[in-house]
Ligand binder design. Sequence first.
Ligand code: A3P
Length: 288
Amino acid sequence: MSLEELSLQYKGLFLPRETHSEDSLQFVHEFKFEDDDVLSVTYPKSGTTWMQEVVPLILNDGDLTPIQTIPNWDRSPWLEETRLSIVVDKLKSPRALTSHFLYELMPASFHQSKAKVIYVMRNPKDIAVSFYYFHHSASFLEDPGTFEEFLDKFLEGKLVFGKWTDHIKSWKNAKLRDRIIYITYEEMKEDLPAVVRSLSSFLGKNLSDEVIHKIAHHCSFDVMKNNPMSNFSLVPKIYIDHEKSPFLRKGVTGDWKNHFTSEQLRRFCSTIKKEMEGESFTLPWSLD
Ligand code: A3P
């Protein structure tokens, strides 16, 4: 089925019908943020599930109960998805929430609150590869076609949640001062304990080194891959077929090198560079 058939259109974005509805979009519009809410925001395939593991552990002082008993989609539900209205009353404060939305789509109460935002970014070349494989395994997403065809869709933003450059510009230009922290997937790969430490202090948690290392261990790729509450194995195969591509696929940086031809790399980098012209921020990855 095509992107149009599989998606709802909302304020210029395509959203998967499987997990979004007119009601869920109305629900987010009226959603009341609380001052101690923690919202992890990502463009898909940037480290969303990873942050859904890290944040509840930090907020619970390293107690493993949330990641051992609650699936990630209920532990840190997506603001825009249908699940939120079902689980919202069960969330304990401070609530961990997730979103793929642009800053401009945040409801009014977000702006009136002091809710904090963790924005996770990833090298777009690796996002494109990860998203390509996810389109193979997820029946609620359009068939990706060839990698070449998928790259065109990625660069044009003809995918669910739109164009990556629009997403990053939206949140990088959000004037949220000390309410937002920017983290990269690559930093998390390089030194997860350091990221857990800086997130803890951002969230006002004073965690011991022992707890920080415990959290980092439980959020490692290998441990998460074996955690049924986090590896999407609870989702029926008709929605996500892990035999086509596991959700926790490789968990590395630089897999793009195994997929891009030199011509694809040139086109990809020049398109992104062009879209970034005039922006006041720079990207933390080389665009060559
Ligand atoms: P790959 O497909 O490159 O392996 P999201 O959760 O935003 O959909 O992103 C999924 C990507 O994050 C996948 O990338 C997945 O393997 C990776 N990921 C999830 N948990 C991870 C972890 N603990 N360490 C490294 N990568 C992780």
